[in-house]
Design a protein around this ligand. Sequence first.
Ligand SMILES: [Zn+2]
Length: 97
Amino acid sequence: MISANNFKTGDILDDYADFRFVECVFCKCQYIHDFELCTLFYDPNDLERSFSTLFGCDEDKNYPLPCRKCKRTEWDFTDIDNDERENVLKGEWGWAI
Ligand SMILES: [Zn+2]
């Protein structure tokens, strides 16, 4: 996994956050996920666009927004391995590494 150490949301809860780079399992589109607060940051140009990745047991496990790149409505994400660090640096979220 790759930590997003320079990522800041301006939220006072940042001290408790654990930001990591993740990617869509289908198209490798990159996102930042806060593993502590279970929030996915969706858009590198608009940090207000985020949503909770916690679901109740009676809820559908569908994210409120489709993947930015492959547009799938049923998608999921996974940690990005450290050996893909170069790709993250060159990507949209490179500023946050
Ligand atoms: Zn995707």
